[in-house]
Design a protein around this ligand. Structure first.
Ligand code: SF4
Ligand code: SF4
Length: 167
């Protein structure tokens, strides 16, 4: 698939590498991407601090701040180890989004992956989304037509917006 340049927000372009016919719609019964800890970019740390307790909901891993995974007393909406994102409730909803109409940048980005090449954002579908995200291919909503919903403008302001990090 030939990469192509797309204007995502006015004046903010990205290189898209995935098949433009890829469709996506988040599925209510699925919560796979919320069963893992989520990295917070620095602006997200400040935004979260305005809305909730960082001490209760975040953890540091090798110099990076994450929303913590916590043990859940339930069988659904948890990873095999019984843990899920601190903010994921029993019904598989994000309480942070529900209560504050806000969620961290990387939660918006999923199921996409952002990498950084010569100062440009390069967008692909995450490898693990192909096997775990139930929302791919279930609707006629083409991802490439709605990139603005997945890629907040703040991504273009970050020194390193890559979503794949080595810990
Ligand atoms: S903060 Fe919300 S959207 Fe992000 S992983 Fe946690 S529950 Fe999911
Ligand atoms: S893994 Fe995909 S379908 Fe499941 S909650 Fe995340 S974005 Fe939605």
């Amino acid at each position: 698939m030939s990469p192509r340049r797309v204007e995502v927000h006015p004046g903010k372009e990205a290189i898209v590498r995935f098949d433009p016919d890829t469709t996506f719609e988040c599925v209510d019964s699925c919560s796979w991407c919320c069963e893992h800890g989520v990295l917070l970019y620095e602006p997200d740390v400040h935004a979260l601090a305005d809305r909730a307790s960082l001490a209760e909901s975040t953890t540091m891993v090798r110099g990076h701040t994450f929303v913590a995974r916590t043990p859940k007393d339930r069988d659904e909406h948890v990873a095999p180890d019984g843990h899920a994102c601190y903010y994921l409730d029993d019904d598989g909803r994000c309480t942070l989004h529900a209560d504050h109409d806000w969620k961290p940048t990387r939660c918006s980005v999923f199921p996409l992956e952002v990498s950084h090449n010569d100062g440009e954002l390069v967008i692909d579908v995450r490898d693990d989304a192909h096997t775990n995200c139930e929302g791919l291919g279930v609707s006629d909503r083409r991802l490439v037509d709605h990139l603005d919903a997945f890629l907040p403008p703040a991504l273009w302001e970050l020194d390193d917006p890559s979503t794949r990090i080595e810990l």
